[in-house]
Design a protein around this ligand. Sequence first.
Ligand code: SAM
Length: 329
Amino acid sequence: MGQDAASRHVPVMRDRCVDLMAPALQREGAVAIDGTLGMGGHTEALLERCPQARVVGIDRDEQAIALASERLARFGDRFIAHHATYDDMAGALAAAGAESADAILLDLGVSSLQIDEPERGFSYAQDAPLDMRMDRSETRNAADLLREEDERELARILKVYGEERFAPRIARAIVRRRQTTPLTRSTELADLVLEAMPAAARHAPGGHPAKRTFQALRIAVNRELEVLDRAVPAAIEAVGVGGRVVIMSYHSLEDRLVKHAFAVGSEVDVPPGLPVVPDEAQPYLRLLTRGAEKASPEEAESNPRSKPVRLRAAERLRPTPPSRRRRDA
Ligand SMILES: C[S@@+](CC[C@H](N)C(=O)[O-])C[C@H]1O[C@@H](n2cnc3c(N)ncnc32)[C@H](O)[C@@H]1O
């Protein structure tokens, strides 16, 4: 494509993220983890604003790691790349030789690079193989999923991950089609979704009717919610006291997980009416955002990717009492 990383993806709420993380990154040798490095836009802004800090950038996409590493080479050993999923906070800390992090950022979802490269198969608008793997060293792609899952599981995926009203009809159409020809191309799937819908729903507002099906498949292929469900508590555990966690979600399923984990940590964990709150029941997080913050109208206008964003942030007040720690975190 011949474009550099900086021009391929505009970082969402970049200045707000840096404002929220910077207070925790002022000491010499402070460590930040950018769990969704992408094209490195947020990491670059952090490295510029916090000259004492180093950043470990995680991404499961090797192409993103390569492009961002090129962009960030001028920061020398203040930037460390780590190819992994973002629940591997322990691996990221080990890569930096640190025991805990001072700030962690997760900017969930796909990058413009992934959407814009037709051969990655994320877009219903361009004809391409049905791939959708963020990490191309993984074996199972979207075409495999459409071939292997039974009708019930396909309908569940479309309903839960895509909030698709017509999930059973689309799942039935997929199974019927694959009895004769396997679905291998993005436009074949987009056309099939359109045909499976009642005529009145084909022109409903809210974008192309296949949008929700493509989102659902992407989430399933990359096991996005399973990884996120482990990653949020792992991020909370990986920051030291005074450390900050900032998470940007792009759909309600992601935001619900984040909201819940932050709520659990920021509330007093005792039945109401108890006269004294024991230490282990005290909150171990302080919320830094009131509810979820959105992009400004100006940003939403100039960068449509920022429209659905929900940003939540929290600061760690104390270690998590063992009784309240998740076993897998
Ligand atoms: C929205 S983009 C991040 C953009 C980045 N903040 C920037 O400024 O360029 C999300 C990135 O996270 C990566 N990603 C998504 N899920 C991931 C996961 N579970 N583990 C690691 N990386 C993931 C994607 O490959 C993508 O590059």
